[in-house]
Design a protein around this ligand. Structure first.
Ligand code: UTP
Length: 407
């Protein structure tokens, strides 16, 4: 697109400021900026003005598979799960494209060293956990690592330097997620350089579509993968491709499963797995009504008891089916560094605009069913989200030590 076409397009969307530096740019930089502008999905930007409240929706509790129920069938589940893994039908995807803004780390989160007496990297623990399953199954599990344009190179060179913490390279595939633009509170697209829009990873919900774009689907089919275990990079205690979880999901004829923990109190800030209009759904803590927060069963337990841990199992054929649906866009307030039209680079201390994200939790609602599979919180849930306080490095360190990890 040349300058006059760009001007017309930007005028239509009230974004002419993006050409503030255009005349001073080299031809390559002009082309680069034009290519980014052409790719903008304009409907995203109008999302910030939309009210996406879901008033007419009916929520109901969804019974989970409790720890006691899992125990009483544990041999059956383990047997089914381990065989499914041994026959090469399970792949794992680690979501490592996030920016870890709450933790405030300058490096990809997986590279953060959380050791107390020696180096122990977050990635190292993730690899340790998948190696535990691989050893039990006596087979390597294909591992896909989703990064973003912002952290891909750094992640790959870090993992290379550490020999993938003992995981064979042949079983690891990297792919890069898509990026989306950011806007200020008035909906104006932000720039990070004269020829660059401010772009950020499009949320963890894009993990499967980005996999498909990266031509990984053929790989999955050729390897006869049937199930994908997708999980966050920052829960250092989670079991990966857990045979019990895989077996229980298959044995109970579910198309998807979610590892969940029992809420510690009604107000815990965790999304809960329930039914929304009869289909599985995750309600975020900020969307919960009083009823969802506090309703109790006759035995006194919370009706909406199970919080998600961002560790899901999805059947691949169903993932392919649901690709035809768009996931909802979440408009998230963030601190976004930007370049002003008069050439000042601002690094805000407070949120100053919005990013647009799709979330993996919304995929669950596109499945006909989902098994809430309860895990023991102290043994499997040590997420690292914040610099201090709850779900921080120090809470994860304590839990790792309680579980006998040498850190
Ligand atoms: P979070 O939502 O906790 O985001 O991601 P984050 O980037 O780690 O941290 P904040 O919100 O900026 O503080 C949960 C998981 O999803 C991945 C993260 O890397 C983490 O494993 N993720 C998140 C992506 O892979 N891509 C994204 O665009 C966002």
């Amino acid at each position: 697109m040349n300058k006059s076409d760009l001007s017309l397009l930007l005028k239509e969307h009230n974004q002419e400021h993006l050409l503030s530096y255009y005349d001073k740019l080299s031809q390559d930089d002009k082309d680069n900026l034009a290519a980014q502008i052409e790719k903008v999905d304009w409907k995203l930007i109008y999302c910030i003005h939309k009210n996406i409240s879901k008033n007419s929706v009916i929520y109901e509790p969804l019974e989970g598979m409790s720890i006691e129920q899992i125990k009483s069938n544990k041999d059956i589940y383990y047997d089914i799960g381990i065989k499914t893994i041994q026959t090469g039908k399970v792949a794992a995807v680690v979501l490592a494209g996030g920016q870890g803004t709450r933790l405030g780390c300058e490096i990809p989160k997986g590279m953060v060293n959380i050791g107390l007496t020696k180096d122990v990297f977050i990635f190292e623990l993730i690899f340790k956990n998948i190696i535990d399953t691989a050893k039990a199954a006596d087979t390597w599990i294909p591992l896909y690592i989703m990064t973003s344009k912002k952290n891909n190179e750094q992640t790959i060179s870090f993992l290379n330097e550490h020999d993938f913490f003992g995981y064979p390279n042949d079983f690891i595939t990297f792919y890069i997620q898509d990026m989306t633009p950011s806007v200020d509170y008035a909906g104006k697209l932000l720039m990070e350089a004269p020829d660059q829009l401010s772009l950020s990873p499009n949320g963890n919900g894009g993990w499967f579509s980005s996999m498909v774009k990266a031509n990984i689907l053929d790989d999955l089919h050729n390897s006869k993968i049937e199930w994908i275990n997708v999980f966050s990079v920052d829960n250092v205690l989670q079991k990966i491709a857990d045979p019990y979880f895989v077996g229980a999901t298959i044995a109970t004829n579910h198309l998807s499963g979610a590892k969940v923990v029992r809420k510690s109190n009604p107000d815990e800030r965790v999304g809960v797995l329930c039914l929304e209009d009869g289909k599985p759904s995750i309600v975020e803590y900020y969307e919960m009504t009083d009823e969802i927060l506090n309703e109790r069963k006759d035995n006194g337990e919370l009706s909406y008891a199970f919080g998600v841990t961002l560790n899901y199992l999805f059947r691949l054929d169903k993932l392919e089916d649901i690709m035809k649906y768009d996931l909802p866009i979440h408009v998230v307030e963030k601190k976004i560094p930007y370049l002003t039209v008069d050439d000042k680079y601002i690094e805000p201390k407070e949120p100053n605009g919005y990013k647009f994200e799709e979330l993996v939790l919304d995929m669950v609602h596109l499945f006909d069913n989902c098994l809430p599979f309860e895990v023991i919180r102290e043994k499997e849930f040590a997420p690292i989200k914040n610099a201090t306080g709850v779900d921080s490095i120090s809470t994860a360190q304590q839990l790792l030590m309680k579980n006998g990890y040498d850190i």
